[in-house]
Design a protein around this ligand. Structure first.
Ligand code: ASN
Length: 484
């Protein structure tokens, strides 16, 4: 049953074809068998999972099951889980056990989902390859010599390997969509404010957004419906009603206007990735959509602006890890200064330190106007260009990532090369828009992702448009050899 989608598993549980305990045991066995190779989990919690599965079966027997009751899920290890380690992929939080659940965790728990464990990630979500984790890199099940993408690489790899049918991720500059693309699964980054950030360890607070990762748009719709909604504990959470995403699937595409940003198909895009994405867009034309060329002229400024704003916010957010209140504390500090420097020096990895230094520099007196303020101005330009495009089109389409999965270690010594992998994703975060990545083909056995970007709070349309494509194609059904 591991190959079934979340929606299919829900139907199987409802029909009594199997119990949540049977399903949970099957997947725990798969994790045991395969995760030694993949390293997609930081923590597995079999006892807790089986207890939750039994509770879900009892709830179903009592006639109180909801659509997600009894279905297994894995949370990115950035979401706080009461009584279970939440590490953010960092040595700094290796021993941290949160005293409370994140809102997302709480909501999926209340829906009756079964938590299998916490997935591996780039340290504090900083990365696009899942190589910066304190717990070692995650391997891509399509080719274990390649990366799964990042920073939600553990969630993406676990889904691709059919270890779990649903997972959570967070996306600050592409961390849901890029690993979804490189691992051949479907992932949605919701509008900023759609999903509560309470209990989600902060990286860059004006950009961070949690969202669903699964194997189909239909599954993402089911998950988003349970995750989304106003939360008084997150001051940036939006007071916008949550539509029934699952019910909105299934519409026809006639009349849909798809914008193709010229800048998303230029230099730097792998020719085979371009071919697969263009073939997918052609499929949409056959389904009745109209294609319109649009321009987002500031696209090339998105990476420089993002890599000033995100590190600036990170340098502030990560100041709390001081060896006093949270996380790793050095042995036998001589004085307070020694406690700070050694605790932070030992607890953070190289990429996190790099970003703290970049961000601190960008915010420092004399440089603030030249870097941070300028980056904020670019951010406004980028947002305005998107909003202008959405005056004439309903969605935008293009590649999620300029290439397929690259080799482990290939970009390890070149942070700029890794940052450039975010070229098509970071602008969406700067503008606070929702976007989905879904599988649309392969290059030499490695998956290619199609990105669809929507208007603010138009997730229902994104999911419906993605679902329509998945009704007529089977890219999302393909499993890596050895994991079918
Ligand atoms: N966190 C993300 O969304 C990934 C992005 N590559 C970053 O390192 O900031």
């Amino acid at each position: 049953m591991h190959h079934l989608t979340l929606a299919e598993l829900a139907a199987g549980l409802a029909a009594g074809d199997f119990s949540s305990r049977e399903l949970t045991e099957t997947l725990l066995n798969r994790v045991q068998a395969h995760d030694g190779d993949l390293n997609s989990f930081i923590t597995v919690c079999p006892e807790r999972a089986l207890a939750q599965a039994d509770a879900a079966d009892a709830r179903r027997a009592a006639g109180r099951a909801g659509p997600l009751t009894g279905l297994p899920v894995a949370h990115k290890d950035i979401f706080c889980t009461r009584g279970l380690r939440t590490s953010a992929g960092s040595k700094m939080l290796d021993a941290f056990v949160a005293p409370y659940d994140a809102t997302v965790v709480e909501r999926l728990d209340a829906a009756g989902m079964v938590l299998l464990g916490k997935t591996n990630m780039d340290e504090f979500a900083m990365g696009s390859s899942n190589e910066s984790s304190h717990y070692g890199p995650v391997r891509n099940p399509w080719d274990t010599a390649t990366v799964p993408g990042g920073s939600s690489g553990g969630s993406a790899a676990a889904l691709a390997a059919r270890l779990v049918p649903a997972a959570t991720g967070t996306d600050t500059g592409g961390s849901i969509r890029q690993p979804a693309a490189l691992s051949g699964i479907t992932g949605l980054k919701p509008t900023y404010g759609r999903v509560s950030r309470w209990g989600m360890i902060a990286y860059a607070s004006s950009l961070d957004q949690g969202g669903p990762m699964a194997r189909s748009a239909e599954d993402c719709a089911l998950l988003l419906g349970a995750m989304a909604g106003f939360d008084p504990r997150d001051s940036t959470s939006a007071q916008v009603p949550v539509p029934d995403y699952a019910a909105a699937l299934g519409g026809e595409l006639a009349g849909l206007r798809i914008g193709l940003p010229r800048e998303y198909f230029g230099a730097g895009l792998d020719a085979d990735v371009a071919r697969a994405v263009e073939a997918a867009i052609d499929e949409y034309r056959r389904l009745g959509a109209t294609l319109v060329e649009v321009s987002l002229p500031s696209t090339e400024l998105a990476i420089p602006a993002y890599y000033v704003i995100a590190p600036s916010e990170a340098s502030s957010n990560l100041a709390r890890f001081d060896g006093v209140r949270y996380g790793h504390r050095c042995a036998a500090p001589r004085d307070l200064h020694d406690l700070y420097t050694r605790s932070r020096g030992e607890g953070f990895g190289a990429e996190v330190k790099r970003r703290i230094m970049v961000g601190t520099y960008a915010l420092s007196a004399g440089y603030y106007d030249a870097y941070y303020l300028k980056a904020q101005r670019i951010r406004r330009l980028i947002r305005d260009e998107f909003l202008r495009a959405f005056e004439t089109v309903d969605v935008l389409m293009g590649p999620t990532s300029p290439s397929v999965a690259f080799g482990l270690g290939e970009k390890a010594d070149d942070p700029i090369a890794l940052y450039l992998a975010d070229i098509y994703t970071v602008a969406v975060n700067l503008a606070g828009l929702p976007a989905i990545s879904l599988p649309c083909g392969f290059k030499q056995g490695l998956p290619v992702g199609l990105q669809i970007i929507g208007r603010h709070f138009d997730e229902a349309r994104l999911l419906a448009v993605a679902h329509r494509y998945q009704q007529v194609t089977d890219w999302h059904r393909r499993a890596p050899a050895g994991y079918a």
